[in-house]
Design a protein around this ligand. Sequence first.
Ligand code: SF4
Length: 227
Amino acid sequence: MHIIEIYKSLQGESSYAGLPCVFVRLAGCNLRCDWCDSEYTFSGGTRMTDEEVECEVHRLSPQGGLVEITGGEPMLQEREVVPLMQSLFASGYTVLLETSGERPLATVPPEVIKIVDVKCPDSGEGDTFAMDNLQGLRPHDEVKFVIASRRDYIFARDFTRSHGLAAKVASVIFSPAFRKDASGGRDVSHCLVDPRVLAEWMLADEVNARLGLQIHKFIWEPSMKGV
Ligand code: SF4
């Protein structure tokens, strides 16, 4: 498979946020979200076998723990990434898969925790989520909405309600989008929607979701890679 990077950091944007995690970042994405902070994944990468990837994960985290398979869009390399996830789970890791849900997710091993990033309209990639994937959500999975505007918030709120997401998955997360060119200060000025404003919308509407912040962008300089 084509790998951009493998590194250890803190998980930044799910209910696992703050825990140590090894990230396996795959190359390639078929979407082009306006605020994407991972454009460096769109091409290139190093060819690695499943065994080589696993070996590096073991080196970085020999005691087990969290591994997140991310990208890009990892499910574009389904044939290689599905056995990798199975093998990592069998070795004792808790495996997270970050995906847009644009590709079918039926082959994802049931033990893998899917974090599905349903694209909102102002990402420029709205309507790309494959609705069939709703049937495959498990109680340990999570659904995330990255919100860049009031329009995105209303989409996320209505989607959450109309599909009963809170009863289907462990967490529904509303997360303010970060400016993709953010650099310098580690503060909310880089958010496209002020987290306080988003919190007030969620409280006013009694949305059954949690507010999420990309904590790595408040811990490290926002443009830093490999964290
Ligand atoms: S799906 Fe992820 S990697 Fe692909 S363009 Fe959107 S934010 Fe970037």
